[in-house]
Design a protein around this ligand. Sequence first.
Ligand code: COA
Length: 391
Amino acid sequence: MLIGIDKMNFFTPNTYIDLVTLAEHRGIDPNKFTVGIGQSKMAVPTITQDTVSMGANASLPILDADDLNKIDLIVVGTETGIDESKSSASFIHQLLNIQPFAKSVEVKHACYGATAGLMMAKDYIKAHPGRKALVIGSDISRYGLNTSGEVTQGAGAVAMLISENPRILEIEDTSVSMTESIFDFWRPNYRDTAIVDGKFSNEAYVKFFTTIWEEFSTRSSYKIADFKAFCFHLPYSKMGKKALLPVLENESQEVSDLLLTNYELSTDYTRNIGNIYTGSLYLSLMSLLDSDDNTLKANDLIGFFSYGSGAVGEIFSGRLVEGYEKHLLKDEHQAMINNRYDLSIEEYEAIFTKELPKTDGIHPLSEAKYDKSHFYLSSISEHQRHYNERQ
Ligand code: COA
């Protein structure tokens, strides 16, 4: 049975900060951000966008009535959940009106959560032919103002409908994972900003890719030259290249040029949105397919490297399905990125430091000047989050 991604979409808040503006304000050479790290713009969510609203906003455009009746597994991968107990998936289940006899769970391992969800969904569909699963990765990346990680923040969600006979990407069976307990990036429960050892996390990421690739290549018998593209988890657009370059050293110029060209296409959305943590790898896939100019064909092999600090990594492969290009939301994606509000430094810092109310009582929330999204957090009432739909 062929199983994989039948439909997919992403959402990012409609407010961003330009990173040249940020660099100049911080007294840093803008080339460090735009060339050295490879980021141009960074999504900055208002308090009315969270893991739930972004996940629902990413999912809504890809689901029709048949999907809502057939989805019986909803997995949200996130490391920025909104409750230690109640899962974001149950809120999203209700906001989207998915049929009641469904499982809704949230899974966590840093930026790896959505891949864990994807693999769970694949196994679920294999055991329940004809049914569907919704996999979401939704996160807000925060390191803090004036930190070295500030330029690699961001916010957004991806949504993927997983089914048999998928219309975009068939996911193959061989995959290799690896776990090692390390502190390269982490966020204790009492903090709302992450702690990162930037150099160590870069080294761990490259080591995980190289080590897993060796094993994956042995088990799958695939060579680098079999792939038309590799998609990476991208905290910032330059990071995947640090892992890709060493494995290209012994490849022909033609193979190397193709994989580097497609790598650049896969980074375009990240460059303009920033780090969306667990959805990042799938944002890279959408960037690649939306940006490609009809060179990628049905049956082409794409490699995926998922990495969650702390750390879990996984490499798997997928094949494009005949007619896949007809099921991409390229125009909608590009419009979303192009029609955002460009924040001033003062607006960015005010939005970033604004906090949700934590006291008893009813607290209506409004950020109507900035937040034009369909689903948004509209109030916190006796510590319960309530969401509205913009008509
Ligand atoms: N012009 C061009 N490039 C410049 C530059 C300039 N003026 N100044 C610096 N650079 C380059 C550096 O050479 C370096 O490139 P390299 O990585 O190819 O060596 C890059 O810009 C970053 O500079 P660096 O001095 O290493 O920056 P930093 O100490 O401020 O750290 C990050 C940058 C990205 C490592 C840091 O922001 C971070 O830790 N981000 C989070 C990473 C993460 O998310 N990890 C966890 C998930 S996997």
